[in-house]
Design a protein. Structure first.
Length: 332
């Protein structure tokens, strides 16, 4: 019995290390892995990480390139995909909490790192993609009109842009969590979903996926499932956009309004609706003594590209970038 628990614990640690190796665009060493694990709340020494890496080399999950470090193999990627549901559940919500804590954006100074989603757009269709997305940005269905764009071989944060692509970084919804957290307002990320827009106003959520109960990012799932009509919402005022649902303590209502006002003055947005204490918001129930927040999902403008038949690869919640590096999408 003890051996079983020990074996399961080792497998969880191996999986955590494997995910970090998979997320790195370059070979990564034990020291960098140990640092990344610590940021995710896993305390392993550099020596212990090396031990686990040797085990993964033997199983063909990673490849040792010597001094540069390890890279993941095809078999390693399969291992991540086939990991048990119990190991995947909660991964999305834990990533949200980790990024919200790690972001150091300061609204008073407008300095620090902000959380971005990264989308890879075909370079040959980049100009066309911008035309499609600008309508969505103008309609306000975005977290911010500030973005970052990089060409192949360049980096957004520590993520490299592949050949033939342009990387577009858009402000992530988790930025709201970070801003509220730093002002002492606890926030709980409850759901991602599809929000029906009618006459340019949010009407109701039609689909919801609980962050705590999913093994994949829900917004990416809605995009690949072609379940949005963002273009229609932007141009004719009726359609379905990507949105998320948060809850905060009702007692924080006064402070919340002050923070959100400053948030908007900093060129950030995406707040669709703020509920009343203990009352449903957009047909979503809210816990007692709490109030709901409906927020545009950061990948909403990109969903319009999928609707237009433009192939896009998305990496939600994937980079921390200096706020000063962003510029209005209309300047691209």
């Amino acid at each position: 019995m003890r051996g079983s628990r020990s074996s399961a614990d080792v497998e969880r640690k191996l999986l955590a290390i494997l995910r970090i190796v998979a997320a790195s665009e370059e070979p990564i060493g034990a020291r960098a892995i140990a640092t990344a694990l610590k940021a995710d709340g896993i305390e392993l020494s550099e020596r212990t990480v090396r031990y686990h890496l040797r085990l993964m080399d033997e199983r063909g999950l990673t490849k040792n390139l010597g001094e540069p470090g390890r890279v993941i193999t095809d078999r390693g990627r399969e291992e991540i995909e086939n990991a048990g549901v119990s190991d995947k559940l909660g991964f999305v919500i834990s990533k949200i909490d980790s990024l919200a804590y790690r972001s150091d954006f300061d609204m008073d100074t407008k300095k620090g790192r902000i959380i971005l989603n990264i989308s890879y757009l075909p370079e040959a269709r980049f100009a066309e993609s911008l035309d499609v997305m600008r309508d969505v940005f103008r309609a306000g269905y975005c977290m911010s009109e500030l973005v970052i764009a990089k060409r192949a071989g360049e980096y957004i944060g520590d993520v490299a842009v592949p050949e033939g692509m342009v990387g577009l970084g858009t402000v992530c919804t988790v930025t709201v969590n970070s801003v509220l957290l730093k002002r002492g307002i606890p926030v709980e990320s409850k759901y991602a979903g599809l929000l029906e827009i009618y006459r340019d106003k949010p009407l109701r959520f039609t689909h919801l996926v609980a962050y705590a109960g999913t093994t994949v990012d829900p917004t990416e799932m809605f995009i690949t499932g072609h379940m949005t009509s963002v273009k229609d919402a932007s141009l004719v005022g009726r359609g379905r956009i990507l949105a998320s649902f948060r809850e905060v303590p009702a007692a924080a209502n006064g402070d919340l309004q002050e923070v959100l006002d400053q948030y908007k003055r900093n060129g950030l947005g995406g707040i669709l609706a703020v509920g009343k204490p203990s009352q449903p918001l957009l047909e979503v129930p809210v816990a007692r003594d709490r109030l709901g927040l409906a927020i545009v999902a950061g990948l909403t403008p990109v969903a319009a590209l999928a609707e237009a038949g433009i192939s896009v690869q998305n990496k939600a919640m994937s980079a921390l970038v200096e706020f000063s590096d962003l510029l209005p999408i209309y300047d691209l």
